[in-house]
Design a protein around this ligand. Structure first.
Ligand SMILES: Nc1ncnc2c1ncn2[C@@H]1O[C@H](COP(=O)(O)OP(=O)(O)OP(=O)(O)O)[C@@H](O)[C@H]1O
Length: 264
């Protein structure tokens, strides 16, 4: 569905990803994991062409994203659903109207059709009964699900989730994880999940890619990642402070800062 071919990219002169090759198979859930600032969100930006590569190609369904004109890009973006960290619902619109929004923006469907579609999407995330509430009247986990219903309103082929579990309690996390997996199967879509939450992510991912220092450091199935000897993967999966990823930001030796050993 998506292929990054030898992609190097960054912001300004600063290179963030270098020579990255990545394949996202159709119909699967791919997880992007790795250290903070490693470039996971940057991969999502590349796929949506919010960011252009310095070199290499980003292919979507066999099309090189760089060759698209504005109309072509618009058409391809319609096939992508994006769910950002904190959903960003329109606070003065009801749950129903939030989900209806992309349908009203991008289609000429009748009011009756919009109603049916919105209720179907809300039903898929378990919130058909919450249609008349305002975002301020639902919990954080519910708001996330409303945002998900909105992201699937236009029946995308690809759904990208940026930190879908951040800030959720364990039960809501489990609900969100199951939902991502179930929707992936039910809608036949391809999903990319950027997350730090190892347990939830390993539960639903078909394939896990670890990004560190601008490169793909490791990849495989969740089981392969759990069994990995790679020190970075072990540190990440085990959640330990010691390992290739340092806890301390580079600094002068402690003794120097605290004047230890200095003559008085
Ligand atoms: N718009 C931007 N302009 C300049 N630098 C940026 C921009 N966006 C991100 N960066 C830098 O690019 C690097 C990668 O950022 P990115 O958001 O892709 O990381 P990430 O892996 O998603 O991190 P996190 O898990 O913390 O969200 C970081 O060093 C960040 O400071």
């Amino acid at each position: 569905m998506i292929e990054l071919r030898n992609v190097t990219c960054g912001y300004g002169d600063r290179v963030i990803l270098e020579g990255v090759n990545l394949t996202v198979p159709r119909g699967k859930v791919l997880a992007l994991m790795g250290t903070s600032g490693g470039g996971k969100t940057t991969v999502l930006r590349l796929i949506g062409r919010q960011l252009e590569p310095m070199s290499g190609q980003v292919m979507f369904d066999g099309v090189d994203m760089a060759t698209l004109d504005a109309k072509g890009l618009y058409a391809i973006r319609r096939r992508m659903g994006m769910l950002f960290q904190f959903g960003a619902l329109f606070t003065d619109l009801t749950v129903f109207e939030n989900v209806a929004f992309p349908l009203r923006e991008h289609t000429d469907l009748s009011e009756a059709m919009i109603r049916d579609l919105v209720l179907m999407k809300l039903n898929a995330v378990g919130l058909r009964g919450a249609r008349d509430l305002l975002p301020s009247q639902v919990s954080g986990g519910m708001a996330r699900r409303v945002a998900l219903a909105r992201a699937i309103a236009l029946d995308p082929d690809l759904i990208m989730y940026d930190e879908p579990f951040a800030g959720l309690d364990p039960i809501s996390m489990g609900v969100a994880a199951t939902l991502i997996k179930d929707l992936n199967h039910a809608l036949g879509v391809t999903s990319i999940v950027v997350s730090h939450d190892v347990d939830e992510t390993f539960l639903i991912a078909d394939h896990v890619v670890f990004i560190a220092n601008g490169r793909i450091a490791a990849q495989g199935t969740p089981a392969e990642m759990r069994a990995s000897d790679d020190p970075l993967v072990r540190q990440f999966v085990g959640g330990s402070a010691d390992g290739p990823v340092r806890f301390h930001y580079p600094a002068v030796p402690v003794a120097e800062d605290f004047g230890l050993g200095r003559r008085t």
